[in-house]
Design a protein around this ligand. Structure first.
Ligand code: UN1
Length: 497
């Protein structure tokens, strides 16, 4: 087998590998192919990267935002020119099918372009004063050095949601990607390098959460941390950050329902549920992991779903006929198989799948059959995040029960209702406890120009993407300009009409 290409850390505008550095490899989850060898960063590497980011901050902050935007447009052009190449790397390293690999890169392009435009907005407010000859306004200022800690499931899109937003606002960044998509992270950063981002403005440190992640979160020079990942790690990041009063933005899990009512267009819903549940092998925070089915269409829809799954091509993600690739890693595979065992042991009815796929090419990767269980509200299968191709189906009598079941989980990211009743659709928009609600569309597929995030255990109240990203990465400064040439006392001076 060819030697794995070696990649370094990117600190202060240079790729380098500390002499004698420990290394790790990433591998294609479909066949074990090596995707590269990466530096297992240390707390010392983190200190160097934060130092470079801190040094670069004043000049980047003072670069006019529209000029920062021009650099982002060049980043987007790089991704555009290399979309096919990087899309294939995404599919090979993470396992999503190629159309989705390309989509991942497209989402990065969309967001970077959107943020480039923000360079000409970054709006504050102007409001009246209670005194004469006094002007009140707000301006947005960058926070300083920010840490972007990202997951493997959208290995080019999510890093860019954070990095491009942080940079347009004038922050400098230390980027710590999930280890099993380190190669994608290198490609993410290369585009910024090629676009001429000044040294130190964006730094990449690969390596484990225990050393790199914790050192970043604990570094007093890092003002703000943006983290997407699992709830347990998110909670730890929040607590560590809280100890030194850092800002922490969290995007965590989901257990997203499709509420399918008796008047829904079943053909439309069928495509939506299949894509929502089994797209990206169910490894999206937004994946449809619960199908809440009205009893009047329960049997009919379940039959349609199972029939489609009889010929649902699973295999090599680069094969255009394949609809679902492997899951991303051995750990993922174990965790998903464990949930399948839990489902069986708590008495859920397995309708299809429920096993690792074996034989032939399957033996070289982590393939799990698309799995459907009939489950009960409150069961572990129906309430805990699995992050895999496992759909829980729940039967309900009416809309009210459907909403109760939809809301019974500790998460609140995405949600969906299929109905032709416009009144009910609007009620669902009010009733579903989630940061995102789709009407007649699955729970996945958010667009970058709108805020993204959730309630309950999905996060800690913030949103990313859209205009919300600007909130995440700026401080507001309130400014009072008194041009009366005398001391005026707010709340005290009488002002005659
Ligand atoms: C995620 O799974 O963390 O809405 C992000 C979607 C994608 C982003 C998902 N645009 O499904």
């Amino acid at each position: 087998m060819a030697e794995a290409p070696e990649f370094g850390l990117f600190v202060d505008g240079r790729w380098s590998a500390p002499p004698g550095a420990r290394r790790f490899e990433t591998r294609n989850p479909a066949n074990g192919e090596s995707m590269g060898s990466f530096v297992s960063g240390t707390p010392e590497d983190v200190r160097a990267a934060v130092g470079a980011a801190a040094k670069a901050f004043p000049a980047w902050r003072d670069t006019p935002a529209p000029k920062r935007g021009e650099i982002l447009l060049r980043v987007a052009a790089e991704y555009r020119a290399r979309k096919e190449e990087i899309g294939r790397i995404v599919s090979r390293e993470m396992g999503k099918v190629l159309s989705e690999g390309r989509g991942d890169v497209q989402e990065a392009i969309d967001f970077v372009e959107y943020m480039a435009g923000e360079g000409r907005r970054l709006a504050g407010e102007t409001v009246p004063s209670e005194l004469r000859s006094k002007f009140c306004l707000t301006v947005r200022q960058p926070k300083g050095v920010v840490a972007c800690i990202t997951p493997w499931n959208f290995p080019t899109a999510i890093p860019n949601w954070k990095i491009a937003a942080a940079l347009i606002c004038g922050n400098t960044v230390v980027f710590k990607p999930a280890s099993n998509t380190a190669r994608c992270a290198v490609e993410v950063v290369k585009a910024y390098e090629a676009a001429g981002v000044p040294p130190g403005v964006l730094n990449l440190v690969t390596g484990p959460g225990g050393s790199v992640g914790n050192a970043l979160v604990d570094d007093p020079r890092v003002r703000s941390i943006s983290f997407t990942g699992g709830v347990e790690t998110g909670r730890e990041v929040y607590v560590r950050g809280a100890k030194r009063l850092a800002m922490v933005h969290l995007e965590l899990g989901g257990k997203n329902p499709v509420l399918l009512m008796e008047d829904a267009d079943l053909t439309l819903a069928l495509d939506g549920v299949l894509f929502g549940a089994f797209g990206t092998s169910g490894q999206r925070c937004t994946a449809t992991s619960r199908l809440i089915l009205h009893e009047a269409v329960y049997d009919r829809f379940l039959d349609l779903l199972l029939k489609r799954l009889e010929r649902f091509p699973v295999g090599d993600p680069l094969d255009p006929k394949v609809e679902m690739g492997p899951v991303a890693s051995a750990d993922q595979e174990q965790k998903i198989l464990e949930y399948i065992r839990i489902g069986r042991s708590e008495g859920a009815t397995l309708r299809t799948g429920g096993e690792k796929l074996t034989g032939g090419a399957f033996d070289r990767g982590y393939f799990i059959a698309p799995t459907v269980f009939e489950t009960r509200p409150g069961s572990r299968l129906a309430t805990e995040e699995i992050f895999g191709p496992v759909l829980s189906v729940l039967k309900v009598r009416d809309y009210e029960e459907g909403v109760r079941v939809a809301n019974e989980v500790p998460y609140g990211l995405s949600s969906s209702i299929y109905t032709r009743d416009v009144n009910r659709a609007f009620r669902a928009i009010q009733d579903l406890e989630a940061g995102i609600t789709y009407v007649n569309a699955p729970t996945i597929g958010a667009e970058v120009q709108l805020p993204f995030g959730g309630i309950k255990n999905t996060g800690n109240g913030g949103r990313e993407a859209g205009s919300a990203a600007i909130e995440e990465f700026t401080e507001i400064k309130t400014v009072f300009v008194d041009f009366s040439s005398k001391l005026q006392k707010a709340q005290i001076d009488p002002v005659a009409p």
